[in-house]
Design a protein. Structure first.
Length: 166
C-alpha cells in the first residue's frame, strides 16, 4: 500500500502465477469456508512464468476473491461458487478470470467500479478495485469486469509476458 501511495515502481521478479494463485487461495481459505463457498480452479498447465511484483499481483487476487465472497453473501437459494482460471491468450500474454455467482453488478456501473471512492458496499471506501486497476496497469496489463452468466460478475485481467531485463 505504501509503495502505491509513493508511486514506487513494482518490485519485479520472474514467478509462476498459478503457484501465486494457489498461495492466495490458502490465505483466504477460512473466509471461503466460513461463507460456504465452493472454489473451482482451472489453471492452465505449462503457463509461461510472468515478470512482475508477486505481492502486488497477489493483492489484486485477494481483493477480487474477497469481493466475490462478499457478493455471494446475500445469495442463499443457490450455490455459491467462485471460479479462478488462467490461460495463455492469443498474444502470448496471460489471462486471469475470477468469477462469482453473486448478485452481479448493475450494467450501468461496470466501468465506475474502478473509480476511486466509488463503492456499492455500505461499509466500503471504494479504493480496492481502483488500486487493483493501478497495479494491473503498472504491469502493462488491463483489468475489466463483465457479467457472469447466469448470475454474478467476472473480473478479468491480462498480463503481458515480458522478458527479464538483461
Amino acid at each position: 500500500m505504501r509503495d502505491q501511495i509513493k508511486k514506487a515502481p513494482p518490485r519485479k521478479e520472474r514467478f509462476d502465477l498459478n503457484e501465486a494463485i494457489d498461495e492466495v487461495i490458502v490465505m483466504v481459505r477460512s473466509t471461503i469456508a466460513k461463507n460456504r463457498i465452493v472454489v473451482r480452479t482451472h489453471l492452465m498447465n505449462g503457463l509461461v512464468p510472468i515478470w512482475g511484483d508477486r505481492v502486488q499481483l497477489q493483492q489484486v487476487l485477494v481483493n477480487l476473491i474477497l469481493n466475490g465472497v462478499e457478493a455471494m453473501s446475500s445469495v442463499e437459494d443457490m450455490g455459491r461458487e467462485l471460479a479462478i482460471s488462467t490461460e495463455q491468450n492469443q498474444t502470448g500474454g496471460i489471462l486471469v478470470a475470477v468469477s462469482d455467482s453473486g448478485s452481479g453488478i448493475d450494467p450501468g456501473n461496470l466501468e465506475r467500479v474502478f473509480e476511486p471512492f466509488y463503492t456499492t458496499k455500505t461499509s466500503g471506501v471504494g479504493m480496492g478495485l481502483s488500486i487493483c486497476h493501478t497495479i494491473i496497469n503498472s504491469h502493462g496489463g488491463r483489468l475489466w469486469v463483465g457479467a457472469n452468466e447466469p448470475r454474478g460478475a467476472v473480473f478479468k485481467f491480462t498480463l503481458p509476458v515480458v522478458q527479464e531485463d538483461s
